[in-house]
Design a protein around this ligand. Structure first.
Ligand code: FE2
Length: 488
């Protein structure tokens, strides 16, 4: 078994032939236009077939371990992608030409009765024909998908969902198993991975590509697709474990206008087969990147607006709390405690951030509670308490129009529910209460207990910890209490 690869070729040929002399002869012909691999038996050929990306198999019908006819049958019916099969035999009676061609063999040669050029011409034709077939399939198959994709994009309402749709679309038209969307960092210096499939979480988190460097950085700054053909000649592009063709597409509107930078790049690699990208595919991907960049840009703008709305609300609650020396800084601390609990419960960073904001804003509804009630020194009357009890509902009303909070409005609504079901406004208990609300309840209570109030002085941290412990499983979710005490 030997392998040999040189410069740009039409494809890769696997020669399965046990006779050394004839194998060498075939090699010398094939290598003029193709990469080649050789095997003298089925057991050798098998591993080569699955480890490499083979375009054409030249097969002898008499082999030491399995008949060429059986192998051909196997490859024509069971192989993961379409191979081109050439039979070259000295024993026509093993499998006659007519039958072989009928069963899917592309060419049938008798040893000693063909010229090197004849073989090469047929191999070239077969490769081109398969390429043409792929191009046509690409056209008819993808138009509808593309139409649906563009429609879908307009109906998606978060950045994450938009990027998910873009990645799925690209995967379905290219068969790439590793796709990432990179965006430009705020300082405009590097690209980071915002969403990916087929990549380890660690790689997603840590990858930073400087603008102008590496494949992605150059596709970005040059505003042009960079791709490799997948036949092993572009190894310099391969930073880690990529397989086969690689492509980096700038995320930009086409035709792009001068002075307008792309917003990022899309990288794709690890295609199911090692086939390089066709020109048509590049056009299609440019089109997808165009729609994607419009949708992503609009989501980024929406996110920025929402972020500023959240910041305004946080500012507002701080101003409200600052009027009152008893509640000054309360929401900020609740946010921090809640974030810590959620982190310890194993939430991902995105969810921790949501809880942090929810902690800071959970009491925003109190801005509708009159000061006479909010700042009252004595016990609240029944009527006053009923008004006070409305603040979680008001909080939800205020944050509800912010898409960011929509998945976690339950955390706002139920932060005064009790684990034993005796809280308000809905009197629900246990895991009927959203986890975010159970976390906030613990964080909120601890900060309230350890702060001065108009009607009592602050407890010590130890006293407050003892109360959390004794209310574990009654007022509070036991798990939330446990991780919080561990933190304290
Ligand atoms: Fe509250």
């Amino acid at each position: 078994m030997s392998t040999h690869k040189t410069c740009m070729k039409l494809g890769t040929v696997l020669i399965i032939e046990d006779e050394l002399h004839f194998r060498t002869y075939l090699q010398s012909i094939v290598k003029r236009e193709f990469h080649y691999l050789t095997a003298s038996s089925w057991s050798e050929a098998k591993s080569l077939l699955y480890e490499n990306s083979i375009d054409i198999v030249l097969i002898d019908l008499r082999l030491p371990d399995l008949s060429g006819r059986n192998i051909a049958h196997n490859l024509l019916t069971n192989f993961p992608y379409e191979l081109i099969l050439f039979v070259i035999t000295g024993y026509e009676d093993e499998w006659d030409r007519e039958k072989a061609l009928r069963e899917g063999v592309t060419c049938y040669f008798i040893k000693g009765s063909f010229s090197p050029d004849e073989l090469l011409v047929r191999m070239r034709e077969a490769t081109l024909q398969r390429e043409r077939k792929r191009t046509t399939e690409l056209g008819s198959r993808t138009l509808l998908k593309l139409y649906e994709f563009t429609n879908t994009l307009t109906s998606l309402d978060t950045l994450d969902r938009v990027m998910e749709a873009v990645i799925r679309m690209i995967q379905s038209v290219t068969g790439c198993m590793r796709i990432s969307i990179m965006l430009l960092s705020e300082d405009g210096q590097y690209l980071f991975i915002k969403k990916a499939i087929g990549l380890e979480e660690e790689v997603v988190k840590t990858t930073r590509i400087k603008v102008g460097e590496n494949v992605s950085g150059r596709a970005f700054s040059g505003r042009k697709i960079i791709s490799s053909d997948g036949h092993g000649i572009d190894r310099r592009f391969f930073s880690y474990k990529e397989k086969g063709p690689f492509m980096s597409i700038p995320l930009q509107e086409v035709p792009y206008r001068k002075g307008k930078m792309p917003i990022g790049v899309i990288n794709l690699t690890n295609r199911a087969t090692d086939e390089g990208f066709l020109e048509n595919e590049k056009k299609l991907l440019t089109y997808i990147a165009n729609s994607a960049s419009i949708a992503i840009k609009s989501e980024l703008r929406k996110e920025a607006l929402e972020k500023s709305a959240i910041d305004t609300l946080i500012l507002l609650i701080n101003v409200v709390e600052a009027r009152d020396r008893y509640t000054r800084g309360h929401s900020i601390r609740v946010g921090e405690y809640a974030a810590e609990i959620s982190r310890r419960l194993g939430f991902n960073e995105e969810s921790v951030k949501e809880i942090l904001y929810a902690g800071q804003l959970h009491d925003i509804g109190k801005i509708e509670v009159p000061d006479s009630i909010l700042l009252k020194k004595g016990k609240l009357s029944h009527k006053e308490f009923e008004i006070m009890k409305r603040h979680p509902i008001t909080s939800v009303r205020i944050v509800d129009h912010i898409t960011y909070f929509q998945p976690i409005t339950g955390s706002f609504l139920h932060h005064h529910e009790r684990y034993d079901g005796k809280g308000y406004p809905d009197g629900i208990g246990d895991d009927e209460i959203e986890i975010g609300a159970r976390i906030l309840a613990v964080a909120d209570a601890f900060d309230a207990m350890t702060s001065d109030r108009p009607y009592r002085g602050a407890m010590t941290r130890d006293q407050a910890k003892r109360i959390l412990q004794s209310e574990r499983g009654h007022q509070f979710d036991p798990q939330c209490v446990d991780v919080f005490l561990e933190y304290l």
